[in-house]
Ligand binder design. Structure first.
Ligand code: ATP
Ligand code: MG
Length: 353
């Protein structure tokens, strides 16, 4: 349940503070576009925080998973490059963290076959997040559940378990997926490593369930065209917030339920200025929505300036930067995946050796 996950997540945060070296975090993104403000607030800054605290952070650029909900992956190499530039600019350090592309690590996919044998169709059918995504795919593209989407949580189990990650930052809606990973790990251990165990049952690090809104008032999203990308210019930033929605109440207050648009701006501004939405609301107060927009625009322009400067410098250095980061990350991921696959085959018995 949510309360249990919340309580456990708090315990994990305490362990993280005491002994960060115990943890390997696996997380990542599908390369469907450059990253935006929603990613920064919801995931990216948290990853950098974990890395800087001494956690082993592994980032998968999940290129194979792009075709889960689209027929055409687009210009994948170009998009992968944008995403990796966003990582680096945000503070991901390739000397400490591993950045790799899924398609470059074949042994990872070989784990999928034994993993599929460990879950039932009935269990996969019960996953509420997959069901919701199938409804979405049906509405947007007129196609129902593909086999790839149906088995998505098992693919995720392979992404996580190939490197034996023991911690996964997730939002509330991703908890059912993580449950599948835990089930796969547990059953593998029961069946093939009953005395020693092999895979850790990864824990959730619950990320606050915040939704950053785009300039149309809907959830900011790469594919909706309503996003402020991290790489956007100052001018684009100013124009984005000019378009952003507020409400007709004069006095600015932080009331997420009752005033979602104003709360959204307060959260963005507070995150980038290093304060809290409540404090920012108090600071603006009676000065109203116009003032709020000015303050938030400034916070974002100033707050993103270092990221954008780093990003521009990296991009100007040419394609070698990203190529080297991925070469190094892919090599490390392959080394880990090859070892895990060899262990798995050995544990499963001589028939596969
Ligand atoms: P797409 O349009 O291709 O679905 P997206 O912009 O919605 O792309 P995703 O790759 O689906 O981005 O999102 C990856 C993760 O980033 C999500 O699980 C979520 O944690 C976070 N995220 C994305 N957009 C937002 C947002 N607007 N607010 C908060 N978190 C977000
Ligand atoms: Mg999305």
């Amino acid at each position: 349940s949510t309360a249990v996950a919340q309580a456990r997540s708090t315990e994990v945060e305490e362990q993280l503070a005491r002994d960060p070296g115990r943890f390997r975090v696996l997380t990542g993104d599908r390369p469907t576009g450059a990253l935006h403000l929603g990613h920064l607030l919801a995931t990216l800054d948290n990853r950098v925080r974990l890395q800087d605290a001494g956690v082993d952070v592994v980032l998968v650029v999940a290129d194979y998973q792009v075709i889960t909900d689209r027929d055409d992956a687009g210009d994948l190499p170009a998009v992968v490059r944008e995403v990796v530039l966003d990582y680096l600019a945000a503070g991901i350090d390739p000397a400490r963290s591993t950045v790799f592309t899924h398609s470059a690590v074949p042994a990872l996919n070989q784990l999928l076959l034994p993993f599929l044998s460990l879950v039932s169709v009935a269990e996969l059918e019960r996953n509420p997040t997959v069901k919701a995504e199938a409804v979405d795919a049906e509405r947007r593209q007129g196609r129902g559940m593909s086999g790839l989407l149906f088995t998505y949580p098992v693919h995720q189990a392979a992404d996580i378990l190939f490197c034996r990650a023991n911690l996964v930052p997730v939002g509330q809606d991703q908890l059912p997926h993580l449950e599948t990973t835990r089930t796969v790990a547990r059953r593998f251990n029961q069946r093939y490593a009953p005395t020693t165990g092999y895979f850790p049952e990864p824990e959730a690090l619950l990320t606050p369930s915040l939704t950053v809104l785009g300039d149309d008032g809907a959830k900011m999203s790469k594919s909706r065209g309503n996003a402020l990308e991290l790489r956007a210019s100052e001018d684009e930033t100013v124009r984005f917030f000019r378009r952003a929605r507020t409400d007709s109440e004069r006095h600015i207050t932080y009331e997420p339920e009752r005033r979602p648009e104003v709360a959204n701006l307060l959260r963005i501004g507070a995150h980038l200025a290093g304060t809290t939405p409540g404090e920012l609301a108090d600071a603006v107060g009676a000065a109203g929505a116009g003032r709020l927009k000015t303050v938030v625009t400034e916070a974002v322009v100033e707050g993103l300036r270092p990221l954008r400067e780093r990003r521009a410098a990296l991009a100007a250095d040419g394609p070698a930067v990203v190529r080297d980061v991925l070469a190094r990350g892919n090599a490390r991921a392959n080394e880990i995946a090859d070892r895990t696959l060899a262990d798995v085959r050995e544990l499963m018995g001589t028939m596969y050796s």
